[in-house]
Design a protein around this ligand. Structure first.
Ligand code: TNX
Length: 542
């Protein structure tokens, strides 16, 4: 009897044990690594059980070249300091390990392993480690990037990720010429690019409405040309010291600056600063009393000996295509040489953008000669040219890049010459396009671009004549005719920049709109925590 009783008791215990295991495994066990919504989507992601918790005692251990790894450790510590209140140190041992497994600066891939007791990021380059850090940040609750202390348990679901980018150039552009955008907002833009694993920041520094970079040998460019902006009013410019600070800030986030001097069109601000550069007016019979406003060079008879050059008027409108350098004038090329020399000296990256778009008042044959000469000036200063797709109507130097924005034929000419294409189709990647007809700012000459439209395209299949092998990278430009401040920038850039970053980082085979729709919600939470006023696209349940 007692024996039966005992074995019954054992059986009951056994059943209770089985039941409790069953009940436990049916409990919601918290978010998985997949639920965290990593953007851009990584190549391979395998969730596992459990999670890693970041604690005040957590520390970072570096394996490999300390000089290049410790700034990344400091970056991580800075990112999490305010939200967690932890001051994460680097030490001899630690539960967060950054390990350089090789020395190949152009290899941006990384491996991230999150286990219950440690996190490890491995890569063959510091850039790879940095991208692993970005993914790790997204693996924590979205509050991790908040600017003030949060009471959250800082868990990252366990799993492993191996990841590498599809395109080597993943860019964004900011037009600081139409409206000047100051240092703090530029840095904020760079911060957000870094979170999305973008690595080239194109600064559109000059246009009809403003010249925004100090050139010491031509000081009136910024004194006069930098004094106003679209809509009038006071504006600003970057001193060379400011610019160097931007270069450094970006480099610390593995982002290379590509400065643009737009020419021969879009040059009114320069022509207003130096009358001697401005295509003048012909003086009928040398009669000075008829001197009027300068006219476009298309209307000037350059064979006439009687040309006078006067500064153009400063321009605060938004029409394009009325200005041009005088492509026959020797001084034009001395000027460009000075600008490129000074800019090259403070630009460590290999590229300078020479613009070249919408030069509607430059004669076609003059335009071609001009682009060819300017490419040579850049080459002399050790830089490679990038230009808007029109430059492909000229003979491109080997290695120079055409940025496709509108004209497939032009892009085709670049491909025929064996040059690579930077993909920025206006209908997909222009961040200044309105989302729809109700968007409070933005233009719509190319398209309305809702979030799904910015996401759903493949650079490799987008334009006839441009295939995967021709593509150098992807870039999303923000033109600022209608953009005046940070809130305007944030409204147009987010969430679309995340879509374009995924198009640039993740191969078409891993991209999926419905998955993105879900993952972007996490990013939305992170933006909220950072105080970013993003556009709440109706395509997402935020
Ligand atoms: C076209 S895109 C331009 C810019 C304007 C933009 C506005 C390009 C190379 N030129 O000058 O700001 O459209 O969307």
């Amino acid at each position: 009897m007692s024996l039966i009783y005992l074995s019954m008791k054992k059986l009951n215990l056994f059943i209770a044990l089985i039941l409790s295991v069953f009940v436990y495994s049916c409990q919601p066990s918290g978010p998985t690594l997949e639920d965290r919504g990593i953007v851009p989507i990584p190549d391979k992601l395998a969730p596992s059980r459990g999670s890693f918790e970041l604690k005040s005692s957590s520390a970072i251990q570096l394996i490999g070249d300390e000089a290049s790894l410790s700034p990344i450790a400091s970056y991580f510590a800075d990112q999490v300091r305010e939200s967690t209140g932890f001051d994460i140190q680097t030490g001899e041992s630690g539960d967060i390990i950054f390990e350089l497994t090789g020395n190949n600066p152009s290899d941006e891939s990384y491996q991230l392993d999150i286990q219950t007791d440690q996190v490890k990021i491995q890569a063959n380059s510091p850039a790879g480690i940095f991208y692993g850090v970005q993914t790790l940040l997204q693996a924590f609750p979205a509050e991790i990037l908040a600017n003030e202390s949060q009471s959250v348990s800082w868990v990252a679901p366990a799993g492993s990720i191996s990841d590498s980018p599809e395109y080597a150039y993943r860019g964004a552009m900011l037009d600081v010429a139409r409206h000047f955008i100051g240092m703090q907002d530029v840095k904020h833009f760079i911060d957000q690019m870094a979170h999305l694993k973008l690595n080239y920041f194109h600064l559109h520094l000059t246009d009809d409405q403003g010249w925004r970079i100090e050139i010491k040998s031509w000081p009136r460019l910024t004194e006069i040309g930098g004094s106003t902006e679209v809509g009038g009013g006071e504006s600003g410019f970057f001193t060379q010291e400011d610019y160097k600070e931007i270069v450094k800030y970006a480099a610390d986030r593995f982002i290379t600056i590509v400065p643009e001097i737009d020419m021969p069109g879009h040059t009114n601000a320069a022509l207003a600063s130096y009358g001697e550069l401005n295509p003048g007016i012909n003086l009928p019979d040398g009669d000075l009393s008829t001197v009027n406003k300068p006219v476009p060079s298309s209307e000037i008879d350059f064979s006439s000996k009687m040309i006078i050059r006067e500064p153009a008027e400063l321009y605060t409108g938004t029409e394009v295509g009325f200005s041009t350098f005088d492509t026959d004038l020797e001084l034009t090329y001395q000027f460009i040489d000075d600008v490129v020399r000074e800019l090259s000296a403070i630009t460590p990256g290999p590229y300078i953008h020479i613009g070249g778009d919408e030069s509607h008042v430059t004669r076609k044959e003059d335009y071609v000669v001009f682009v060819e000469k300017v490419q040579e000036i850049l080459q002399k200063h050790g830089k490679t040219s990038i230009g808007w797709d029109e430059i492909a109507t000229a003979k491109l130097l080997p290695g120079n890049i055409a940025q496709f924005w509108a004209d497939e034929e032009n892009a085709g000419l670049a491909v025929e010459q064996g040059n690579k294409i930077l993909m920025s189709p206006a209908k997909k990647s222009y961040l200044d396009m309105q989302y729809d007809s109700t968007s409070r700012i933005g233009l719509h000459w190319a398209a309305y671009i809702e979030l799904d439209s910015a996401y759903l395209w493949d650079p490799a299949n987008y334009a006839s004549g441009i295939s995967k092998g021709d593509i150098f990278g992807i870039e999303a430009p923000l033109w600022t005719e209608t953009v005046e401040n940070r809130a305007d920038i944030e409204y147009l850039v987010f969430p679309r920049l995340a879509a374009l970053a995924e198009v640039a980082w993740s191969p078409a085979s891993t991209r999926d709109w419905s998955s993105f729709q879900k993952r972007i919600q996490q990013l939305g939470k992170s933006w909220e925590n950072q105080g970013i006023q993003f556009y709440r696209s109706p395509k997402v349940s935020w």
